[in-house]
Design a binder for this molecule. Structure first.
Ligand SMILES: NC(=O)c1ccc[n+]([C@@H]2O[C@H](COP(=O)([O-])OP(=O)(O)OC[C@H]3O[C@@H](n4cnc5c(N)ncnc54)[C@H](OP(=O)(O)O)[C@@H]3O)[C@@H](O)[C@H]2O)c1
Length: 339
């Protein structure tokens, strides 16, 4: 699996790092554990929850994503077996370290014990102790494939961006050649990202990469991300289908009108709701990687189709009307049930 990057997906440099990425990447949040908040997660997994079944399922999606040209993969310590599944896939397919780009995250511990109805699925701690514990664990699973290490869902309130011991430890990891980043979530994601881009250790900027939520319902980070891109920060977009809310599966009554608008526009340009939403994310020139959250090989194939869709001004003007205010968006997300 070490063939040169000859595939249909556009490739580019990731901000000021030395890394190269495909514009479409694959995230493993939904592939690493039985429970997740994406709308149809249980059906996607066909309720095949044994660890070997989940590993095989993740490998099948990774195989399909690779065959479609995807060369960026995103995991986290807290995504159940995601790092282990990705690591065993990279090894079993003999993928060379420079044949793809891999990111992972620290800060949450997986606590669901493979149960869907767990009381606490993930436990967050942005301390230097947690970083020192999880960095070697990530290295053990991903070895020299690990290119980007991110704080998982950094927030202003957690104080992580002011913790000198954490920032210095991250700078030490950066000095080994790994790009350092953070993911941001919640109604203050833009503010958190802006604050992070000012963080310096030993007179140099610390953060090379940010992963933020952007989709046609939640655009609040847009101007921060555009500025950061100009300044050389690598930009990764997550939750571009709003955890499945921007798919045909979304039957929320309050979404009906917007779903009809999406369906009409998708039909007009000859695509599906899902690919319209993904193509809208890809149309942001300032975004280096748009993560697909495909949970089945069929979804991976389907998602790749978004890369060949052009979003014109007419479509933009329809989509821009669908945005929610950020507080509403994140309150709705927090009500999604684990399944
Ligand atoms: N804080 C963080 O750092 C953070 C948070 C979240 C995500 N992420 C990263 O971002 C990645 C992507 O985010 P995400 O998976 O949470 O959300 P997403 O991309 O918004 O949603 C993905 C979901 O959309 C549905 N879908 C995809 N293609 C489809 C198709 N063709 N037809 C119908 N439904 C389709 C599937 O859900 P169904 O189950 O409904 O089929 C899929 O699991 C994650 O894997 C993770 O790597 C990071």
């Amino acid at each position: 699996m070490n063939e040169p990057r000859e595939h249909g997906l556009e490739t580019r440099g990731l901000g000021r790092t030395h890394l190269h990425v495909t514009r479409l990447g694959l995230g493993l949040a939904a592939l690493g554990r039985p429970g997740y908040i994406n709308l149809g997660h249980a059906e996607d997994l066909d309720r095949q929850y044994r660890r070997e079944q989940m590993r095989a399922g993740a490998h099948a999606v990774l195989d399909q994503a690779w065959a479609c040209g995807i060369r960026y993969f995103d995991a986290a310590r807290s995504y159940g077996g995601a790092e282990a599944f990705l690591g065993s896939w990279l090894a079993s397919r003999s993928v060379a370290a420079d044949a793809c780009t891999v990111g992972s995250k620290w800060g949450y511990r997986y606590t669901a014990d493979w149960k869907i109805d767990a009381k606490v699925h993930e436990q967050k701690e942005h301390s230097v102790e947690r970083l020192r514990e999880q960095w070697p664990e990530s290295c053990e699973q991903l070895g020299d494939h690990l290119d980007v290490y991110m704080i998982h869902s950094a927030t202003i309130e957690s104080g992580v961006l002011d913790r000198v011991d954490v920032l210095e430890e991250l700078a030490r990891i950066r000095a080994t050649g790994v790009a350092i980043g953070l993911s941001v979530s919640g109604p203050r994601q833009a503010e958190t990202a802006r604050r992070a881009f000012e963080v310096e250790v030993d007179g140099g900027l610390l953060f090379d990469v940010v992963q933020a939520t952007w989709n046609v319902l939640e655009r609040s980070a847009e101007s921060v991300l555009r500025d950061a891109h100009r300044a050389g920060v690598g930009i990764l977009l997550k939750e571009t289908l709003a955890n499945g809310r921007l798919t045909q599966r979304n039957n929320e009554p309050e979404f009906r009108t917007r779903r009809e608008i999406l369906a009409r526009e998708a039909e007009r340009i000859g695509t599906s709701i899902e690919n319209l939403a993904l193509a809208a994310a890809l149309a942001n020139e300032w975004a280096d990687v748009v993560l697909s959250g495909a949970t089945t090989p069929a979804q991976a194939i389907d998602n790749v189709g978004a890369a060949s869709i052009t979003i014109d001004d007419q479509t933009q003007s329809v989509l821009v009307e669908l945005a929610e205010d950020s507080e509403t968006y994140w309150a709705t997300r927090s009500r999604l049930s684990w399944n």
